[in-house]
Ligand binder design. Structure first.
Ligand code: LMR
Length: 329
């Protein structure tokens, strides 16, 4: 039923888009799964503002936040069918599409900091990865930052061994699956929109999130413990339906590209401060004990998780991992 609906909307979008570029407004539906008040939510709003101004209202961006239109897996299907034109899925969500290389961003401790990350997202490796989307009818426009993930559950997690037996929600990434398994936890793939309820009802015990996602979904209300592990990364690829994009008048496309460049600068500037603010808000809410590992404890998390880089070599590509390590060290 859902697929049938997606097809109908897609057909309608193509008919209306194709016939009317010359005069009528061009609508871009931008669907995403997080709250408005997150780095991605705010950057999407910024893009809308800049794009509508640059095109003098010729392009109208309709943003559908918080999975109001589609959940994780559906949104990629909807983009390929043309039911929506723009998304910004997390980089962990491209594996099921057949582009496993994106899962390199999920490797634990692959980036020491945001400077190292930028070497990849703003360099040739990032560009080549986006180019791989072409074959799927998708055009990759930009990378938007979010932040480093932290483990949450109802149990104190000071050491990696504390993760044993926990049912942990993950995004649909084989690297994240492996990451939880080496900790002795049981990974469970689940759409982002379902996580709060799953935590509340005990379907899963915990999750891994950057503070901005945890706080804006109110997960701190149902998670007693949060450890500032910063063990992995979440960022996004802003993507469009390639056919739709190629059909846009050249002038409009250029204006939109300019707006996207500016919005991306904004996204990558606010991400860290938004996450810092969210972590403070979690602490202030008083429902969750926030634990920051000391240097020795950090080393135990790294020792437990770094081997995932090796075991996932076959999936992601040994050379690609080596190239990332070379570019970032
Ligand atoms: C998640 O599913 O945890 C994230 O990808 C959500 C998001 O878009 O940040």
């Amino acid at each position: 039923m859902k697929s049938y609906l997606v097809c109908l909307v897609a057909a309608w979008s193509f008919i209306s888009a194709g016939a009317s570029f010359a005069d009528a407004p061009i609508f871009i539906k931008f669907s995403h799964v997080v709250a408005k008040d997150t780095p991605k939510g705010k950057a999407a709003e910024k893009f809308k503002e800049l794009a509508e101004a640059a095109t003098k209202g010729k392009v109208k961006i309709e943003i559908y936040p918080n999975s109001t239109l589609y959940k994780d897996k559906e949104e990629l299907e909807a983009l390929q069918l043309g039911a929506v034109q723009m998304l910004a899925p997390s980089l962990a969500k491209f594996g099921p599409l057949g582009i496993k290389e994106f899962e390199l961003f999920d490797l634990p401790f692959i980036f020491q900091d945001k400077k190292a990350l930028a070497k990849v997202t703003e360099g040739p490796i990032g560009r080549e990865l986006l180019n791989k989307l072409d074959a799927k009818g998708i055009l990759g426009l930009a990378y938007w930052d979010n932040g480093f993930k932290m483990m949450s559950s109802n149990r104190p997690m000071h050491a990696p061994t504390d993760m044993k037996g926990l049912k942990m929600r993950i995004q649909a990434s084989k690297v994240l699956d492996e990451q939880m398994r080496v900790l002795g936890a049981n990974p469970q793939v689940m759409a982002f929109s379902e996580v709060y309820q799953a935590l509340q009802t005990g379907v899963v015990d915990g999750a891994e999130n950057p503070p901005s996602n945890l706080y804006t979904q109110k997960m701190h209300e149902v998670q007693k413990h949060l450890t500032v592990t910063n063990h992995g990364y979440i960022g996004y690829a802003v993507i469009v339906n390639k056919k739709f994009w190629d059909k846009l008048p050249v002038e409009v496309r250029t204006q939109l590209e300019g707006a996207m460049r500016e919005a991306s600068k904004y996204a990558n500037t606010i991400a860290q401060q938004e996450n810092d603010r969210a972590l403070e808000a979690v602490k202030k809410a008083g429902t969750t004990t926030v634990y920051t590992p000391n240097e020795k404890e950090k080393a135990t998390w790294q020792a437990a998780l770094l081997p995932v880089q090796k075991t996932m070599e076959d999936r992601i590509g040994k050379e690609l991992i080596a190239a990332v390590n070379k570019a970032t060290h």
